[in-house]
Ligand binder design. Structure first.
Ligand SMILES: NC(=O)C1=CN([C@@H]2O[C@H](COP(=O)(O)OP(=O)(O)OC[C@H]3O[C@@H](n4cnc5c(N)ncnc54)[C@H](OP(=O)(O)O)[C@@H]3O)[C@@H](O)[C@H]2O)[C@@H](O)CC1
Ligand SMILES: Nc1ncnc2c1ncn2[C@@H]1O[C@H](COP(=O)(O)OP(=O)(O)OP(=O)(O)O)[C@@H](O)[C@H]1O
Ligand SMILES: [Mg+2]
Length: 360
């Protein structure tokens, strides 16, 4: 779901967004024009007022008004739009060990409104993920060390450049990358993904970083520091590791909001969605919380649904994704109770969105 105010909300007014548009690549131009169309072509004054309305929806109190935000940023089903204009995303993840996570992230994006959802994964993972669903466009191009063992450095570099070129062919067309679900921690694979992230950043493509993508950026924070189109979605463990690495301190129960704000500020410009009993979201300036709905089931894969749903930058997109997931989890739990699985929650995403923001 491409949100209306996400990237522009990173600007203080539509005017500065227009400056940004002039200097941006075609892909960003498309995204920004989409966003301005979504604003209904407001003039600066009207947009300022609209922006204030939307910002105020985030609520002055810590708890975000997530339902109003979701309603405000859910794009209309415009009969004049063609395939792809509601969003094209790519999940970079899926390896010999993990195939569920990239599937969960990629299919969730489709379920909440994206038109096209790609997965770039290793050759081993591809047939498995393709087998899960014909809806996904699965590219078997990533490599893990074991599949290129015995090759010299020269050959390894050639393969790495070929992988990058394969992804680059598509890069401009994506509205968002989701890096990390089921990526694994193979050094050669992570080295390639670092390069893919550098290219995405140069093309101003928003990047959601989750799972082993957080392992990668925690050890290479320069990949995303100062990039306002980056969203990090750490769970309890991943958050602890990030705080230790960036702030050199431990996470305690005290001052959770201040710590999150300090972390986002120190990394610079990024948005962080700290997953937990309440989801906390900060871009270093504001801190918002989403505590509504949810379920007591902690089955694996729920974070992957979130990363596939948050596929847009900025605080508003994260608030909306968190509310959607938590509502879907509560609907699934109502029905399946202790046997609730992530696939049950995915099946409730549509109902979750309709209950909060009816299509028409
Ligand atoms: N079906 C699939 O293909 C799926 C694949 N996935 C992929 O797996 C990769 C690794 O992801 P991950 O979440 O297992 O790694 P990480 O966060 O290091 O946790 C490891 C250990 O940390 C702990 N721990 C975790 N959460 C905690 C919490 N909330 N509170 C407290 N402790 C917590 C817990 O340790 P334990 O308690 O077991 O000692 C856990 O075993 C990643 O790429 C991801 O995308 C998943 O998305 C799931 C579905
Ligand atoms: N204790 C909790 N109570 C209620 N909801 C929770 C709780 N912990 C997490 N959640 C919800 O579940 C979502 C996923 O959080 P989780 O910690 O499972 O992520 P994760 O470990 O990355 O998941 P995954 O298994 O996909 O990697 C959160 O965004 C939050 O909305
Ligand atoms: Mg996770």
């Amino acid at each position: 779901m491409l949100i209306k105010y996400g990237v522009i909300s990173g600007f203080n007014s539509l005017g500065s967004a227009k400056d940004y548009i002039v200097a941006s690549s075609a892909a960003v131009l498309r995204r920004q024009q989409f966003l301005i169309r979504s604003l209904g072509g407001y003039t600066d004054q009207t947009n300022q007022r609209r922006m204030q309305e939307v910002k105020s929806m985030s609520g002055t109190a810590l708890e975000a008004d997530s339902e109003s935000i979701l309603r405000a940023i859910s794009p209309i089903l415009d009969p004049n739009r063609h395939k792809g204009q509601a969003g094209k995303i790519a999940v970079i993840g899926g390896c010999r060990e993990y195939t569920g996570a990239p599937y969960f992230a990629a299919i969730s994006a489709l379920k909440i409104g994206a038109d096209l959802s790609h997965v770039f994964c290793t050759k081993d993972a591809a047939p498995v993920i393709k087998g899960y669903s014909p809806e996904l466009i699965v590219h078997p191009i990533l490599e893990e060390s074991y599949s290129i063992s015995g090759l010299g450095d020269e050959e390894r570099r050639r393969i790495s450049s070929k992988i990058l070129a394969e992804v680059d062919k598509w890069m401009e067309r994506f509205d968002c990358l989701v890096v990390g679900p089921g990526l694994g921690r193979d050094p050669y694979l992570l080295e390639c993904v670092s390069e893919i992230m550098n290219h995405a950043r140069r093309s101003n493509v928003p990047i959601v970083i989750d799972g082993d993508g957080l392992f990668l950026v925690t050890n290479n924070i320069e990949l995303i520091s100062g990039y306002p189109l980056a969203v990090l979605t750490p769970n309890v463990n991943e958050y602890k590791r990030l705080v230790q690495k960036v702030l050199s301190c431990e996470v305690t129960d005290r001052d959770a909001f201040q710590l999150l704000q300090a972390l986002a500020k120190r990394i610079g410009g990024v948005t962080i969605l700290q997953k937990g009993k309440s989801d906390l979201i900060s871009d270093g300036d504001i801190v918002k919380s989403v505590s509504i709905y949810g379920s007591p089931r902690r089955c694996g894969g729920q974070g992957d649904i979130l990363s596939g749903s948050a596929m847009n930058p900025a605080v508003l997109g994260c608030i909306a994704a968190s509310a959607l997931l938590r509502k879907a989890a509560s609907l699934a739990f109502e029905n399946k109770k202790r046997s609730t699985l992530t696939s049950d929650i995915i099946e409730c995403l549509g109902r979750s969105l309709e209950d909060i923001s009816p299509a028409c």
